[in-house]
Write a new protein. Structure first.
Length: 754
C-alpha cells in the first residue's frame, strides 16, 4: 500500500478546488485499484504484454520447432527449421520467432502471423553466438569476438554500427527496457543502449567488478541485471534501482543461470558441484541439491515465488522455495532423462526431449500434461514460395472511341431485282471489332535472391582413407525467384577445421575433407542469381571412415602342394589337381559397450581440454582408433589409439560435455559415458572473511526491499472500495464554505451558500 498511500496523500492535500478534485481523484484511484484486483497484478506494469497463449518448443533430434497450446494440451504446428541432430535456441517475442541452430550457426526469423521465414543470417557455430530480443529490437552477440550487432527483426540485416567490447565477452543479456548488459573476460560490466538517431550503441555505464571473469554469467530483469561471478565469490545487482553487492563461497565450475527472473529471486546452477545458488532478497543461499537426488542440476527457472530445477540424467524436476527449502513434490519426467524448462506467458513448460508428453506448470503450482510430439501432425517448412509477377491491369476504355466500325464487304445479292434493304452505303456492313489495345509495360518483374536449397543429401565414400573423407552432396534446385540460378556455393567444415568450399553450377558436388572417423561434418549450400546470394540450407553427417584392416596371421587361404614328378610312362596323362586348403577369415571383433566409463578426469587451459583416459578391456582390444568429441562446441580431437591414456579436444566458455567415440566396423559409432568439464583460466583469491565451509551472506545493512513488490490483490480491492466510498461521501457533503470577507478567495469558491 506504500504507493497507493502516497497517491491518496497527494489527492487529499490539494488546495483550491477542494472536495470536487478530491472526490474525482479518489474515484479514479479506486477504479484503478479495483481493476488491478480483478485483472491481476499486471496493473502495476508499465507496458501491456499481449500473449497468443501458445508456446514454441525445440525438437533437436528432428531439427523442428513445435507450437503447443498449454490450454488444450495439444501441439498445433510443426516447422522444419534445421537438419537433424540440431542444437536449437528459441526466442519468441514481439510477434516473431527467432531460432538459432548452434550446430550450424544459422539464425532464422519467422513471422508468427504467416509462419514463413522472413530472414536468415549466418553466425558463428557453437556456444559463442547468442540472440537477444527486447523492446522491439533484436541483437546478435558473438562472445568470442566481443561484439553486439543490432539487426532488423524481419530481415536480420545489420542496422548501423556494431558495439565492440575490445575483448571476448563472458556473457551478454538485455533487460525488458532494451538496455544491453555485457561482462567481458576482464570482469568489466558495461551497459549500452541503442541510439536510433546515431544508428549506433551508446555506452551508459562501465564498472570493473573484482572477482568477475570468464565464467561470470548475467541474469536480466525488468530493469537491470544480476551478475553472478561464483568462481570469485561475487554477487552484484546493477541497474535495478536497488543495487546491492555481496559475497559467497567461491564455487569454481560452469554456471547455468536462469534466462530471466525477478530481481528479488535469482537462481543459478553449478552442475559439476551439484549446487544451486539463490539470491533471495538480500541473502545468498547455497543449496546442495544432491541431497534431493539431483546429482547434476541444469538451468533453473523462476515461476512466482518458486524455483524449478531440472535434473540432468535424473528424469525429474525439483522445486525449491525462496530460501532454498523444499517448495513442492518432485515432478517426474519418465522417458526424458534431461528435461528442459521454457518460461512463456506466465506458465512454465517442461520440455521432455525423447518423450511424447511434457508438463505445463501454472502460476499456482498446479500441473497438467501436454502432448509435444504428434506423428500425425504434418511437418511444414517456413520457406516462402516465390510470388509470380502480377500482370499490369488493362487501361480503362476511352468513352470517346467508337466501338463499331465500317468495313468493306461485297454487296449482298438479292433475288427478283428487289435491291438491298441496308441503310448504309453499298458495300459496307456493321461488324463488332475489338478496340485497339494499348501496349503494356515490358518492364520485367523485380527479381529476388534464390530460396534456400532443400533436400540436401550427404553420403560418404569410405575409400578416401583413414584421415580424409570424400563426401557426395546433392540437393534440390530451389526457387530462383525471378532470375535464373547462376551457381551454388558448397561449404563443408569438419569439427573446428577451416571449411572446404566449392563452387558448382549443378545441384551436385564432391568434396574431400581432412576428417577422421567419428567427426561431425556440417555441409551448407547457397544458391546465387543476378539478384544476389540466397538463404542457406544445411545438413550434417557423422564420419564413419575406413577402419584399418583387422590384424590376422599370414595369408593361408589357399595352400598348394607341388605334386611329385610323374613316373615315366609310355602314355601321357595330365597331372592330378593339387590339394587345396581353405580357411575362413576371422570374424570382426565385437563392438565395445556403449556408455562405458573411459574419461576419468581432466582439466582445461587455453581453450584445450586434456583428459585422462582409462578404457575398459573391450575398448582397448577393439583395434580401431578413437577420438575425443565435444558435444557442446561441437568439435572433435584428432584420432588416438583406444588404448591411449590421454586425449585432447577444444573447449568453449562454460560447460562442455565430452565423450570418447569409436567408429565400429559395421559403420555405426559407439560413445563412452559423458564427462562434463569447464574452461576456467584462473580463480581469483578467496575473500579473507569466507572459509571453505562458510556460506557468506550479504550483510543485513545493505538489504533492501525488492523493487518488484506488488500490492496483494485483496489489499488492492479493499483500498479501491474505500476510496470509492470516500469519493461518494465527499461528493455528498457539498462544496466548501466561502472564506470570510477580507481573505484571499478563489474565484471557483465564490458562489454557493453556507
Amino acid at each position: 500500500m506504500g504507493r497507493a498511500s502516497a497517491v491518496v496523500r497527494r489527492v487529499f492535500s490539494r488546495q483550491g478546488r477542494g472536495r470536487e478534485s478530491a472526490s474525482f481523484g479518489a474515484a479514479a484511484v479506486g477504479v484503478l485499484l479495483l481493476a488491478g484486483a480483478v485483472l491481476g497484478n499486471g496493473i502495476s506494469r508499465t507496458a501491456v504484454e499481449v500473449s497468443d497463449g501458445l508456446t514454441w518448443l525445440g525438437d533437436d533430434e528432428r531439427g523442428e520447432v513445435v507450437q503447443v497450446n498449454p490450454a488444450s494440451g495439444r501441439p498445433e504446428t510443426r516447422l522444419a527449421v534445421a537438419g537433424g541432430d540440431a542444437v536449437l535456441d528459441i526466442t519468441q517475442r514481439d510477434g516473431r520467432l527467432v531460432v538459432l541452430d548452434r550446430r550450424s550457426g544459422q539464425i532464422t526469423t519467422i513471422d508468427l502471423a504467416t509462419l514463413l521465414a522472413s530472414g536468415r543470417r549466418q553466425a558463428a557455430p557453437g556456444a559463442t553466438s547468442k540472440v537477444l530480443a527486447a523492446a522491439g529490437r533484436l541483437h546478435v552477440v558473438d562472445r568470442d569476438a566481443g561484439t553486439v550487432v543490432n539487426v532488423d527483426p524481419v530481415t536480420l540485416v545489420d542496422l548501423g554500427e556494431p558495439w565492440r567490447a575490445g575483448r571476448p565477452l563472458a556473457d551478454a543479456v538485455a533487460d525488458d527496457e532494451g538496455v544491453v548488459w555485457a561482462v567481458d573476460h576482464g570482469g568489466v560490466l558495461r551497459s549500452v543502449d541503442w541510439d536510433e538517431a546515431g544508428r549506433r550503441f551508446a555506452q551508459r555505464s562501465d564498472e570493473p567488478v573484482e572477482g568477475a571473469g570468464e565464467t561470470t554469467v548475467l541474469v536480466p530483469h525488468k530493469r537491470g541485471v544480476t551478475l553472478l561471478g561464483l568462481a570469485g565469490g561475487i554477487v552484484l545487482q546493477a541497474g535495478t534501482g536497488e543495487d546491492r553487492r555481496g559475497s559467497t563461497t567461491q564455487q569454481p565450475g560452469a554456471v547455468l543461470a536462469a534466462q530471466t527472473s525477478p530481481a528479488g529471486l535469482v537462481p543459478a546452477s553449478v552442475p559439476d558441484a551439484g549446487v544451486v545458488v539463490l539470491l533471495s532478497g538480500g541473502d545468498v543461499h547455497r543449496v546442495d541439491v544432491r541431497q534431493r537426488g539431483c546429482a547434476t542440476p541444469d538451468r533453473p527457472a523462476v515461476l512466482r515465488d518458486r524455483v524449478y530445477v531440472p535434473c540432468r540424467g535424473g528424469s525429474k524436476v525439483i522445486i525449491l522455495d525462496a530460501s532454498g527449502g523444499r517448495g513442492g513434490d518432485d515432478l517426474s519426467t519418465p522417458g526424458a532423462p534431461d528435461p528442459q524448462l521454457v518460461l512463456d506467458d506466465d506458465k512454465l513448460i517442461v520440455n521432455t526431449p525423447g518423450a511424447g508428453k511434457g508438463i505445463v506448470i501454472d502460476p499456482d503450482g498446479t500441473t497438467k500434461p501436454v502432448v509435444i510430439r504428434s506423428p500425425e501432425l504434418p511437418v511444414k517448412t517456413p520457406e516462402k514460395p516465390p510470388t509470380p509477377p502480377t500482370p499490369p491491369s488493362p487501361p480503362p476504355p476511352d468513352p470517346d472511341e467508337p466501338t463499331r466500325t465500317r468495313v468493306n464487304q461485297p454487296p449482298p445479292t438479292t433475288s427478283g431485282g428487289g435491291g438491298s434493304e441496308e441503310t448504309g452505303p453499298p458495300g459496307a456492313t456493321d461488324e463488332e471489332t475489338p478496340p485497339p489495345t494499348t501496349p503494356t509495360s515490358t518492364q520485367p518483374p523485380v527479381a529476388r535472391p534464390p530460396s534456400a536449397p532443400a533436400g540436401i543429401t550427404v553420403t560418404e565414400d569410405n575409400n578416401a582413407g583413414r584421415t580424409q573423407v570424400s563426401l557426395n552432396v546433392s540437393w534440390s534446385a530451389p526457387a530462383d525467384n525471378g532470375s535464373p540460378i547462376t551457381g551454388y556455393r558448397v561449404a563443408a567444415v569438419c569439427a573446428s577445421d577451416e571449411p572446404v568450399v566449392k563452387q558448382v553450377t549443378t545441384p551436385t558436388a564432391t568434396l574431400l575433407l581432412p576428417c577422421a572417423a567419428g567427426a561431425r561434418v556440417t555441409v551448407q549450400v547457397t544458391a546465387a542469381n543476378a539478384a544476389g546470394t540466397g538463404a542457406t540450407g544445411s545438413a550434417t553427417i557423422t564420419v564413419v571412415g575406413r577402419p584399418p584392416a583387422p590384424t590376422q596371421p599370414p595369408d593361408t587361404t589357399t595352400t598348394t602342394t607341388p605334386a611329385p614328378p610323374p613316373p615315366p610312362t609310355t602314355t601321357s596323362q595330365p597331372p592330378p589337381p593339387p590339394p587345396t586348403t581353405t580357411q575362413d577369415p576371422p570374424p570382426p571383433p565385437p563392438k565395445p559397450a556403449a556408455g562405458a566409463r573411459v574419461i576419468t578426469g581432466g582439466s582445461a587451459a587455453d581453450f584445450i581440454a586434456t583428459l585422462t583416459l582409462s578404457a575398459p578391456a573391450d575398448w582397448r582390444t577393439y583395434g580401431v582408433s578413437c577420438a575425443v568429441v565435444n558435444l557442446t562446441y561441437p568439435t572433435t580431437g584428432g584420432p588416438i589409439p583406444c588404448t591411449s591414456t590421454t586425449g585432447t579436444v577444444r573447449v568453449t566458455n562454460g560447460d562442455n560435455t565430452l565423450v570418447v567415440r569409436v567408429a565400429a566396423a559395421d559403420g555405426s559409432q559407439v560413445d563412452s559415458a559423458s564427462h562434463t568439464i569447464f574452461f576456467r583460466p584462473f580463480i581469483p583469491p578467496q575473500p579473507p572473511d569466507c572459509g571453505p565451509y562458510v556460506v557468506c551472506q550479504i550483510p543485513a545493512s545493505v538489504q533492501t526491499s525488492p523493487t518488484e513488490r506488488e500490492l496483494p490483490q485483496t489489499t488492492m480491492a479493499a483500498a479501491g472500495i474505500g476510496l470509492l466510498l470516500t469519493a461518494l461521501v465527499v461528493r455528498a457533503t457539498g462544496r466548501p464554505r466561502p472564506r470570510p470577507t477580507g481573505e484571499d478567495s478563489d474565484p471557483d469558491d465564490a458562489e454557493g451558500s453556507p
